[in-house]
Design a protein around this ligand. Structure first.
Ligand SMILES: Nc1ncnc2c1ncn2[C@@H]1O[C@H](COP(=O)(O)OP(=O)(O)OP(=O)(O)O)[C@@H](O)[C@H]1O
Ligand SMILES: [Mg+2]
Length: 240
């Protein structure tokens, strides 16, 4: 039987391509020793050196062996691959808490209520301490269950007025708040609205994982860099 663990966290990263969704998610993943990613692009393998599972069989074999620290990128291609991944992620986190990342969610979920193994992952894994993170390009494509359960939403650049208007209305923030330039962001919670605004720069020192400079997350209100914690939040920001 599993021992009692702390509650998990869930976050959604939203913005057009190249807006700066995966950069913060990758940075947060450095805080975890067990990370499982659904990433059709394989970036976590290519850039961060995660083990790559190309097939369901490879994924199962890697997870079976991974009773301790492990960072694994599953390069699924279909909705059924994604649901298989969710089933694996639920069980792997149940065994020992992990960060679960679902990249490009719009290609495998829809804007309605979550179903099947995806539903179970976001609604029933939280007692077992994971951090579940999803990335989506447009608010209209966001899974309703994820938007409703996310502890916070990280909003990056939006490309069109229509998209900016949609998400502004959904979150109840003025349209002018929606970032329209790459690498700008704000974070929002249901209780407090916008809790922090900032931008990403790459002026940090070069690191093992960041050849071009480690990304820094600069707070708009004071120009100072913020650090992520294991819950995927910035230290020093009041989220609730
Ligand atoms: N180490 C780095 N140094 C400089 N720029 C970088 C570095 N890493 C990423 N970038 C740039 O930051 C921007 C945001 O990248 P990111 O991967 O977060 O985009 P994204 O929102 O996840 O896009 P997509 O939806 O296409 O995955 C890109 O323009 C990328 O080239
Ligand atoms: Mg990305």
């Amino acid at each position: 039987m599993s021992s009692i663990r702390t509650n998990g966290n869930m976050a959604l990263f939203l913005g057009i391509t190249r807006s700066g969704k995966s950069v913060p998610v990758k940075r947060i993943s450095e805080k975890w020793t067990r990370v499982l990613v659904y990433d059709p692009k394989g970036e976590y393998h290519l850039e961060l050196g995660f083990e790559q599972a190309n097939t369901r069989r490879e994924l199962l074999d890697m997870l079976k062996a991974a009773t301790g620290p492990a960072k694994i990128n599953y390069m699924g291609i279909s909705k059924s691959d994604f649901l298989f991944f969710c089933d694996c992620a639920f069980n792997w986190n149940h065994q020992k808490e992990a960060m679960i990342i679902c990249e490009e969610l719009a290609s495998v979920t829809n804007a309605g209520k979550a179903d099947g193994a995806w539903n179970r992952l976001i609604n029933q894994s939280m007692a077992f301490g994971p951090l579940v993170v999803g990335t989506v390009q447009r608010g209209q494509e966001v899974d309703k269950s994820l938007l409703n359960s996310a502890n916070f939403v990280h909003v990056a650049q939006h490309g069109t007025d229509d998209d900016a208007y949609y998400i502004a209305k959904k979150l109840g923030v003025p349209m002018e708040e929606i970032p329209r330039e790459p690498l700008k962001f704000f974070q929002w919670t249901a209780n407090r609205g916008i809790v922090v605004r900032g931008h990403v720069d790459f002026k940090g020192a070069k690191g093992k994982l960041w050849d071009d400079g480690t990304p820094r997350f600069i707070r708009a209100s004071n120009g100072k860099p913020m650090k992520f914690n294991r819950a995927g939040r910035f230290d020093g920001v009041a989220y609730c």
